[in-house]
Design a protein around this ligand. Sequence first.
Ligand SMILES: [Zn+2]
Length: 53
Amino acid sequence: MDPLLLEVLACPAEDHAPLTFDDQAQTLTCTSCGRVFPVRDGLPVLLLDEVIQ
Ligand SMILES: [Zn+2]
């Protein structure tokens, strides 16, 4: 994932915290609430409905 894109992404929950990208799992994890979001075809799916964990 583009590091610049990752920099501007934020959790869609109330915390709006930065996310960390897991290259192997292709997921984004919130540094605040710990929600895990999928990345599909290189596009982050930052929807609370799509949370993996
Ligand atoms: Zn969060």
